[in-house]
Design a protein around this ligand. Structure first.
Ligand code: DHB
Ligand code: MG
Length: 235
C-alpha cells in the first residue's frame, strides 16, 4: 500500500506516526522530491551484497546533505564514517568540479566497496578514502586547507573527539552535521547505559557548551526509523 493515495488513516487530519504511515510518507517524499538513480541504487545493492550493515542514510537525508553542501558553497568536505559511500556520493554531487571529499573509514572491506561505488557514480576523482581509525587519521589532516563541511557518522562513542577535530579542521562558518542524534528516542534518557547513546549525548552537550559551535538538532522519521540529525556552525 506504499503508493496508495486514498489509503485509510488520513481522515482525522493528524495521525499518529505508525511505522506503516511514516514508511508511506518516506516513500512519498522520496518519490516526489528525491528520486534515486542507478548509481545510488547500485551502491546500496552492492553494500548489502557485501554484507555491510544497512545503516546508510535514507535518500531524503542524502538529498539533505547534498543541499547543505550546495547551500554552504562547500568545496572541501570531510566525512567521518564512509561505509559504502552512499552519503559520500550525495555530497560529492553537491560540490563544484574542483571540490574534494576526504572520507575516513575504519574497515578496509567497507572502503573497497565504497571505492567501487564512487567509481560507478563517476565521483571517485573528487574523493579520497582514508582507511584507518578516524581518531588516528584526523590529526594527519591539519596540514590541509580547512574543511567547509564536516559530516560525522561513525562510532558514536567518539563523537566528542570528532567534533573537536571538526572545529580544529574547520574555520568560522564551517557546517557540521552529526547523524543519528535521536536513537529511537533513547537520546532523551539520562539513565541510558547504551554507549552509543551516551556518546551521542556527550556530543550534543559539547555542541551546546563549547563556544566554538552554535547548533540545533531535528528529529527525523524516515525509512531508517526514528532518529535525528544535528546541525552546527563553527563560530
Ligand atoms: C547505526 C549507525 C549509524 O550511523 C546509523 O545511521 C544507524 C545505525 C548503528 O551503529 O547502529
Ligand atoms: Mg548514521
Amino acid at each position: 500500500m506504499l503508493d496508495g493515495c486514498a489509503a485509510p488513516g488520513f481522515a482525522g487530519g493528524m495521525s499518529e506516526p505508525t511505522p506503516d504511515l511514516w514508511q508511506r510518507v518516506d516513500h512519498y517524499l522520496t518519490r516526489t522530491l528525491v528520486g534515486e538513480d542507478a548509481a545510488l541504487s547500485a551502491a546500496v545493492d552492492d553494500q548489502n551484497a557485501a554484507g555491510l550493515p544497512a545503516i546508510e542514510v535514507a535518500p531524503v537525508n542524502g538529498k539533505f546533505l547534498n543541499l547543505l553542501t550546495r547551500i554552504s558553497g562547500a568545496r572541501r568536505v570531510l566525512e567521518i564514517g564512509t561505509l559504502g559511500a552512499y552519503s559520500t556520493i550525495w555530497m560529492a554531487r553537491g560540490l563544484p568540479e574542483n571540490g574534494r571529499i576526504v572520507t575516513i573509514e575504519a574497515e578496509p572491506d567497507n572502503a573497497r566497496v565504497a571505492q567501487r561505488n564512487l567509481e560507478r557514480a563517476h565521483v571517485a576523482h573528487m574523493v579520497e578514502i582514508r582507511v584507518g581509525r578516524a581518531a588516528e587519521v584526523l590529526p594527519e589532516l591539519t596540514s590541509e586547507e580547512p574543511f567547509d563541511l564536516v559530516f560525522i557518522d561513525a562510532d558514536k562513542e567518539s563523537n566528542t573527539i570528532y567534533l573537536d577535530w571538526a572545529a580544529r579542521l574547520g574555520r568560522p562558518g564551517t557546517v557540521v552535521v552529526v547523524d543519528n542524534i535521536g536513537r529511537a528516542g533513547e537520546i532523551a534518557d539520562p539513565a541510558s547505559t547504551n554507549s552509543q547513546v551516551i556518546g551521542t549525548q556527550r556530543g550534543l552537550e559539547m555542541l551546546a557548551r563549547d563556544p566554538r559551535f552554535d547548533a540545533t538538532a531535528l528529529q527525523t522519521l524516515d525509512r531508517k526509523g526514528y532518529d535525528g540529525v544535528a546541525l552546527a556552525v563553527v563560530v
